[in-house]
Every structure is written in C-alpha cells, then in structure tokens.
Design a protein around this ligand. Structure first.
Ligand code: HEM
Length: 460
C-alpha cells in the first residue's frame, strides 16, 4: 500500500509557480509571516521545488552541524556561481569542499589575520582624510568602497581602487550577476546576449585575466607577499601532500573577494544606522573608545579592552544579519519534527527570522547591545543567533570580519560623530546580502582634539 506523505503546513501558492511571486515581492515579509502563521517547519513550493523553511534553532543545528554531511549547497547557488565566482569554498561540496577548507583555513589563522589589522586601520584613516566636516555621506556606498579596498589589499596586496586597476569594479559586476541569478531562480536562459550580459561577460573576462596574471606572477617569483593569495599558493594538503591548481586558487580568491566585502560593508552601514537612532549608545561607545585608545591609532590589542564595541556589532547583526538566509539540498530522506523530508528538497533557514523571533528574544525589535554582555550571551540558545552560519561550513572569515568591523568603528568614531539626516525611509533590500535601500544618509562632524589620531594615519 502506498504511503501518503504528510506535508508540514504552509502557504499553498499558485499552480506551477508555487509561492515564487510572494517570495519575490517581499522576501523577508514572506518568511517572517510563514513562521508566525505556521510555526517551526513550513512547507511551500518554488516552481517545481519543495522547500522546507526551518524556524527552530535545534533544526538549524540539525542541518548545519549535526547532520551537515547529509546536505549540500543548492543547485540555484551552484548554477549562479558557475559563471561568476566559480567553484570555491562557498559553493563546493563533499570531499572537494573538505580538502579546499583544509587548504584555505591556515590563511585565516588568528596570527595571520592579525597582520591585516594595520591595513584595516590605514585604509579607514585614508577614507577619513577625504571626509569633510559637516558633509553628508551615503553610508553603504562609503563602507562598500572601504571594505573592497581592505579585502583587495589583504587578498592581492593591491589597491583595487586605483584607476589603472579595474578588478574591483569587475568583481562587483560578477557579484551582481550572481545575485541576479539567485534572485530569479526560474529565469529562462536567454539565447541572445543582452547589453547587460555582454557587460558582465566582459567584466568576468577581466577578472579571470587579472587574477590569473597575479597568480602567474607569484608562481614565477615564488615571493610570499604576506597576503591571502600567497597563503593560497603556498598551501599544501597535509593528507595528500598536493597543492591547488591555478583554477582552484583563482576560484578561491574570487570567492574570498566576493564573500569578504559586501557582508562586512552591510554590517557596518546598518550599525551606523542604529547608532544614528540611538545617540545614547553612540555616546557610550565613543566614551569606551576614548577611554581605551584616547587619540592614538587603534590596534588589534585594543579590541579585547572594548567589550561594548563587540556587543554593539553583534546586536546590529542580530537585527540586520548581512547574510539573512542559508539553504541546503537534502541528499537523503530525513525525519524532523515529526515529518519526513524527502531527498532533493530544499531546506531553508533564515537568520533574519530566528533573530527576530520573540521566543528567543525579549522585545525582538529593540536595539539592546546588553543582550550580548558575557553573562547574558550564554543564555542565548545555540543557533537562535547564527550570523556566520555554523558547523563545518561556518564562515571562514568570521574573525577577519569582526576584527575589521571593530577596527573600522574604533577609527571612525574616534574622529567623527555621525548623525542621521531626517526624513529618510530606509527599507530592507534582501539580495544575496541584506542591504539598506535607499542608502543611509548621514552627516559627519569632526570631534575636537583628534589631531594626534589624524597625524598617526599612515599613508596607504
Ligand atoms: C559580517 C561579515 C560576514 C558575514 C555576516 C558572513 C556570513 C557568512 C555565512 C552565514 C556563511 C555560511 C554560508 C552557508 O553556510 O551557506 C559564510 C561563509 C563563508 N564566508 Fe562569510 N561572512 C562575513 C564575512 C566574510 C569575510 C570577511 C570573508 C573572507 C575574507 C568571508 C568568507 C566566507 C567563505 C569563504 C565562506 C564559505 C565557507 C565554507 O563553506 O567553507 N566571509 N559567511
């Protein structure tokens, strides 16, 4: 006798399309509404695909940590990345992923990333030297530019914003292409190249040529420039004694560039937005920075002395997680919460949804950095907060990103007070990362007595 599969509750959607239109119209609203209306496990269809939205922290842990081997990255992500960032850590699976992770991990060892702290502070100071007192700036734009320069320098030892070097712009076009493919998973392949596709193809060719050029130059010189690229080229697998091919190094470098700047830029922009709405918290943070650093240059050694700074960044990533969702494809049937979820289904977990769930957070919409004070943080259920994912595929750049965010904040807040321009209506724009839309406009005001910090800014 055939068994009838019992589906978890969820929106019914339309024939053929399923809930695709609802999702595309308001992604965050759709997912949040699903959790509220249907609970821990929600089923819906996106075109022909069955999707299971998991809203419980234990279910997140099941997929990302405890049974991670039974899940792979989704076909949508893999297809979208094929002709943009290639097959790097973010998109590979199984044994290939394990080997690549072993090879790339040493480049993110604490001692190695510590050497990038100077670059982070120098590039921030360089940006501040161009800021004019009393002027208005678009925060996301400014932070994107800054984090792109930082990742470009730490990755390739190159200033990607120099006019002669179009790699930064080209990589942005590549990421845009990937973002577009992910946002429109059912779009039909166009037979005829449109102007935008031609532009993207040209940009991707530029990236290929430039990065392969960097790699070949290094391979020929054998020089360790102290950047991530040198680490990738020098990496030898402890298990098979092999190294990466040029294509693998190129794909990993592209992946790090793509994954490593937009996320952090969003985290920074949203934090400034929150500080603009909560001047008392900005004052407390500025006071912590003043007490601990005064007017000298911030260093990596200063960060452990500024716990409030870390709490602010964490709470901002709770309210506005830059990576707002993770998905996997089930490789075999599995049981969860009383349901059988079949092989080939997509399981989807949204940081945004769990980070705003009142079962886990009192006053979930309030900006309360104290939630992350050491004594309180330990009471947060595991995986109710997961801005960097978890398990064997946890963000490889999480320490890099936290260090960068904190150093950038300390350097900016030491010298400037920022306030929000009135009358703005900032909305969530959930693309691959969660962006503010339109850009957050802020007025910058120099603090008194920061001459020393300005002088200490080292030329980049
Ligand atoms: C605030 C900043 C950042 C956030 C919120 C963030 C978030 C994430 C998340 C959620 C994942 C897991 C994705 C999944 O499981 O499907 C991830 C993976 C990854 N991230 Fe980040 N990330 C940030 C910064 C960075 C930086 C600075 C780098 C590199 C310089 C980086 C490189 C990567 C890579 C390579 C992966 C794939 C790891 C793997 O699958 O083995 N990220 N990130």
């Amino acid at each position: 006798m055939a068994t009838i599969q019992i589906l978890p509750p969820g929106p019914k959607g339309l024939p053929f399309l399923g809930s695709l239109r609802q999702l595309q119209q308001d992604r965050i609203g759709f997912l949040t509404q699903n959790q509220r209306a249907y609970g821990d496990i929600v089923h819906y269809k996106l075109g022909p695909r069955h999707v299971y939205q998991l809203n419980n922290h234990e279910h997140v842990q099941y997929v990302l940590v405890k049974h991670a081997d039974q899940f792979q990255k989704t076909p949508t992500l893999k297809n979208a990345s094929k002709d943009s960032i290639g097959q790097g850590l973010l998109t590979s699976d199984g044994d290939l992923h394990k080997r690549q992770r072993r090879l790339v991990q040493p480049a993110f060892h604490h001692n190695r990333i510590a050497t990038y702290a100077d670059t982070m502070v120098n590039y921030t100071s360089d940006m501040l030297n161009d800021w004019e007192n009393g002027k208005q700036i678009g925060m996301l734009n400014e932070m994107m530019h800054l984090t792109m320069r930082i990742v470009g320098k730490t990755l390739f030892d190159t200033d990607v914003t120099e006019a002669a070097d179009s790699i930064g712009a080209a990589i942005s076009v590549g990421i845009e292409a990937m973002s577009d493919r992910i946002s429109h998973p059912l779009q039909l392949k166009e037979k005829f190249p449109t102007a935008i596709r031609r532009k993207r193809r040209a940009a991707l060719n530029t990236i290929d040529e430039t990065i392969v050029g960097f790699i070949e130059e290094r391979q020929a010189s054998g020089e360790d420039k102290g950047d991530l690229l040198s680490m990738l080229l020098m990496a030898v697998d402890e298990q098979d004694g092999g190294t990466m091919t040029t294509k693998q190094v190129k794909d990993e470098a592209m992946t790090l560039f793509a994954a490593g700047h937009e996320t952090t830029a969003n985290a920074l922009a949203w934090t400034f937005y929150l500080l603009g709405q909560h001047p008392e918290i900005e004052q407390k943070l500025a006071a912590e920075i003043k007490t601990m650093i005064g007017t000298r240059r911030p260093t990596l050694a200063d960060l452990p002395k500024m716990p409030f700074l870390e709490m602010v960044v964490k709470e901002s990533m709770r309210l506005y997680p830059p990576a707002w969702t993770v998905s996997r494809e089930a490789q075999s049937d599995f049981e969860l919460g009383g349901y059988t979820i079949p092989k080939g289904s997509i399981v989807m977990m949204s940081m945004y949804v769990l980070h705003h769930d009142e079962r886990y957070w009192e006053q979930p919409e309030a900006f309360l950095p104290e939630r992350f004070a050491a004594a309180n943080e330990e009471n947060i259920p595991k995986y109710a907060y997961f801005p960097f994912g978890g398990g064997s595929r946890v963000c490889i750049g999480n320490q890099f990103a936290m260090m960068e965010a904190e150093l950038v904040f300390a350097t900016i807040l030491q010298r400037y007070h920022l306030s929000l321009l009135s009358g703005q209506n900032i909305k969530l724009n959930p693309l691959v990362t969660l962006r503010p839309e339109p850009d957050i406009q802020m007025r910058i005001e120099r603090r008194e007595g920061v001459v020393e910090a300005e002088k200490a800014a080292v030329a980049v």
